[in-house]
Design a protein around this ligand. Structure first.
Ligand SMILES: C[S@@+](CC[C@H](N)C(=O)[O-])C[C@H]1O[C@@H](n2cnc3c(N)ncnc32)[C@H](O)[C@@H]1O
Length: 271
């Protein structure tokens, strides 16, 4: 396992994922919510560190977003969160999904953040220390998704690094398991878009395990000419909250237009 999210934190794909996540959390059900983040990362990223400086991805992502004058409203909660984290000054720190989720928790909610790499988990545990309702586990997040309560409101974020060939199959298996365990659970999956065959195959497999109807949001950053490149990203939602279609459309459209190169945004339903 070589993937380190510090190289990619704050890139276009994080912006789509995190802006959408904050919109999902804003539409949360009224009762207590159980959240599992299967692939949590370290929770907080230093954009002045060598990884972010070397890749330049944050500069081309959150750096642009913080300066944009045409940002659509659905990005506002992310911009506020990043600005607050940086004390209103220069963007040196970027929040991962754990920090965004932990900030949105209400009394009675519970949040389990799973991270398999011990050094990443150690940083995550530090970032989450002292927060009520939050637990972290240095564990396989796919397996721990089965810890979801069988009843009540639940949300699962699945955001693997896709460095293993079986990541797609494990997501599909986990979608099926979550649906059987708690049929109310909302699931949000992040995926790279390389070629359409792989992506469409995943959507079909997800429907086949009964995860549908699905809401799909795609930010294709460039024409899908080279299947070896990450040409964009997608979010796939099982049992999505009402009112997400329009905000996802605005998030993907701005990302593609402002940060992409002849790309295309699409929001559609499957199943
Ligand atoms: C894309 S990053 C997560 C980013 C995070 N969700 C966010 O939005 O800030 C994927 C993370 O999953 C971790 N990981 C890889 N395989 C895992 C597994 N089976 N279970 C839990 N974590 C895993 C990697 O070490 C990496 O930190």
């Amino acid at each position: 396992m070589n993937y380190r999210h510090a190289f990619h934190a704050g890139n276009f794909a994080d912006l789509v994922k995190h802006a959408a996540l904050l919109q999902v959390l804003a539409r949360r059900p009224a009762g207590p919510l159980s959240i599992i983040d299967t692939h949590a990362g370290r929770g907080l990223y230093d954009l002045g560190g060598p990884e972010a400086q070397r890749s330049g991805e944050a500069a081309a992502g959150i750096g642009q977003l913080m300066r944009a004058s045409d940002l659509p409203e659905p990005f506002a909660p992310l911009r506020v969160a990043v600005s607050r984290l940086n004390g209103g000054g220069e963007t040196r720190l970027y929040p991962g999904s754990p920090l965004l989720i932990a900030e949105a928790l209400r009394p009675g909610d519970s949040y389990l953040a799973c991270e398999l790499r011990p050094e990443e988990h150690s940083a995550l545990a530090g970032a989450m220390k002292g927060r009520a309702g939050v637990k972290t586990a240095c564990a396989d997040g796919f397996a721990r998704a089965a810890d979801l309560p069988c009843e009540g409101e639940a949300l699962v974020l699945i955001d693997p690094p896709f460095e293993r060939a079986d990541d797609y199959a494990r997501i599909v298996e986990t979608l099926g398991a979550i649906g059987r365990r708690n049929p109310r659970a909302q699931v949000m999956v992040w995926l790279p878009i390389k070629d359409l065959e792989t992506f469409d195959g995943f959507v079909r497999d997800a429907e086949d395990v009964g995860a549908g109807p699905l809401l799909v949001a795609e930010a294709r950053m460039r024409p899908l000419a080279d299947p070896l490149k990450m040409n964009g990203c997608a979010l796939v939602f099982a049992r999505p909250a009402d009112g997400l279609d329009g905000v996802l459309d605005a998030i993907c459209a701005w990302t593609v237009q402002a940060l992409g190169d002849r790309g295309q945004a699409r929001v559609w339903r499957a199943g």
